[in-house]
Design a binder for this molecule. Structure first.
Ligand code: G
Ligand code: MN
Length: 386
C-alpha cells in the first residue's frame, strides 16, 4: 500500500495499480501519488479483485501481460459487472490483439510503456473525472465498492460452474405400466461456491448471464435415449421464452422436440412475457409439449393452467409430502386431478418418497409418479424400482 502525497480530501482519485513486476508497479504508484492520486499497488489480477472488495476505487491501472489472469481479462471481468469503473491498460509490448480487446471491453486508455509519470497521472485524472461526471457522484463513493469484487468473484465462480455443468435425469414412472415413461433433466455442477441449481440460477440472474446458463443446459440435455418412447422433461424459466434461440430448429433440443416436454414452473411469474400465447403456440408448432411444474406451490395459482393449456401438470411435492396422513392434502389433490382430467392434461405427482404417499395417490386415481421412492436423479439412465 502506498502512502498518498496529499490529504484524503484533496486526492483526485483512489487508484488500484496492478503489475506483476513490483518495481514497475511501485514506480507507477509513486507517479500517481505525486500527481495527487491515492495509489494502492497489487501484484496480480486476483489480488486486484480481492483488493477491490476492501475499499472504493475510482480507477484501475493494469499491466497487460501477467501470469494467471492477464490485464485484458481483468478489464473484461470488471467491465462486465461495473462498466463505470475506468480501467487504463499499460503495456511494454503493445499488440493489435490486445488493443482491439481494449476497445471492445471499453478500456479508458491503452498506454505504451515507457511513458512519462505525468502522462499516466494525467490520463488517470481524466478517467476519474469523466467517470464521476457520468455517475454524478462524490469522490470515491460509488465505483469500486464492495459489489464490484463480489460480482467479479461470482462471475469467476459461474465460469467454473458452467465448465463443470452436467445433467442428471430422474425417471417419471407409470404405475399401471410398471415402467418409466420419461426422464426429467436436472442441472448439476461441481462448483463448491454454487452447489445447487438455485444458487446457479441466482448467480446467473445477478450477472445478466441467465440466457447463457439456459443455453448451456439445452445444449447438454439431449442424450441418446434408452427407449424410443420415453419423453424428456426440461425445465424452463419464463425468461427463457424471450430467448429467440429457443425457437430455432438449430437449438439442440429441437431435433428431439416431439419427445420433449417443456416444464414452466408456477414459481416464477409469466406476467412479464410478451405474447405468451404466441410463444407457446410456436413451441407447439415445433413439436414440443408443455407442462406446468410445481402446481400447488402457492404462487401464481391456476393462472398458468389457463395461459398455457398444458399437456402435463406436475403436482408440487409440498402437496405430496405426507398426503397419506393429511385429509386436506388428499382433497386438494383430488380437486386438481379432477380439474386436469377436465382439461385433458395428464398429472405427475412429484417428490414421492414413501410407499404410503404413493398408495394414497393411487387411491385418488393418480398414475404417474416421480420421486426418490422410484429413483433419485442420476447420470443417464437410472432404472426405477417398483
Ligand atoms: O421444481 P422441480 O420440480 O423441477 O424440482 C425438482 C427437484 O426436486 C430436483 O432438484 C430433484 O432433485 C428434487 N427431487 C426429486 N424427487 C424428490 C423427492 O422425492 N424428494 C425430494 N425432497 N426432492 C426430490
Ligand atoms: Mn421440474
Amino acid at each position: 500500500m502506498m502512502a498518498t502525497s496529499t490529504s484524503a480530501e484533496h486526492t483526485i482519485g483512489r487508484v488500484l495499480v496492478v503489475d506483476d513486476e513490483p518495481v514497475v508497479g511501485r514506480v507507477m504508484a509513486r507517479a500517481l501519488s505525486r500527481h495527487g492520486h491515492e495509489a494502492v499497488y497489487v501484484s496480480s489480477a486476483m489480488a486486484a479483485i480481492e483488493r477491490l472488495a476492501a475499499g472504493a476505487f475510482d480507477a484501475v491501472v493494469t499491466d497487460v501481460s501477467m501470469p494467471d489472469m492477464d490485464g485484458v481479462e481483468l478489464l473484461m471481468r470488471i467491465n462486465r459487472v461495473e462498466p463505470d469503473l475506468p480501467i487504463v491498460l499499460v503495456t511494454g509490448a503493445p499488440s493489435v490483439d490486445t488493443a482491439i480487446a481494449a476497445v471492445q471491453h471499453h478500456a479508458f486508455a491503452y498506454l505504451r510503456k515507457p511513458f512519462s509519470p505525468g502522462a499516466l497521472g494525467e490520463t488517470v485524472a481524466r478517467a476519474v473525472l469523466e467517470a464521476r461526471v457520468r455517475r454524478g457522484a462524490e469522490p470515491s463513493s460509488g465505483v469500486g465498492r464492495q459489489g464490484v469484487a463480489e460480482c467479479v468473484q461470482l462471475d469467476l465462480a459461474l465460469d467454473a460452474a458452467l465448465a463443470s455443468l452436467h445433467i442428471h435425469y430422474q425417471p417419471i414412472v407409470s404405475w399401471s405400466a410398471q415402467r418409466e415413461v420419461g426422464y426429467e433433466a436436472l442441472v448439476r455442477s461441481h462448483s463448491k461456491v454454487l452447489p445447487h441449481p438455485g444458487a446457479l440460477f441466482d448467480a446467473a440472474e445477478r450477472l445478466g448471464r441467465r440466457a447463457e446458463l439456459s443455453r448451456s443446459i439445452w445444449t447438454l440435455t439431449p442424450v441418446p435415449f434408452v427407449a424410443e418412447d420415453t419423453r424428456l422433461f426440461v425445465n424452463l424459466h419464463p425468461h427463457d421464452l424471450m430467448d429467440e434461440w429457443l425457437y430455432s430448429p438449430e437449438q439442440p433440443l429441437a431435433k428431439l422436440a416431439g419427445r420433449v416436454v417443456l416444464e414452466l414452473t408456477e414459481r416464477a411469474s409469466l406476467d412479464g412475457i410478451s405474447d405468451l400465447t404466441g410463444r407457446i403456440r410456436r413451441l407447439r408448432e415445433l413439436g414440443y409439449r408443455i407442462a406446468v411444474d410445481d402446481i400447488g406451490a402457492g404462487y401464481s395459482g391456476l393462472a398458468a393452467l389457463v395461459a398455457l393449456e398444458p399437456d402435463t401438470v406436475k403436482i408440487d411435492m409440498g402437496l405430496v409430502r405426507g398426503i397419506d396422513s393429511s385429509d386436506l392434502r388428499r382433497r386438494v389433490v383430488w380437486a386438481l386431478l379432477t380439474l386436469c382430467r377436465e382439461l385433458s392434461a395428464e398429472v405427475v405427482a412429484e417428490g414421492v418418497e414413501t410407499a404410503a404417499e404413493r398408495d394414497a395417490l393411487l387411491d385418488l386415481g393418480c398414475d404417474l409418479f416421480q420421486g426418490y421412492l422410484f429413483a433419485r436423479p442420476a447420470p443417464p439412465f437410472v432404472t426405477p424400482t417398483f
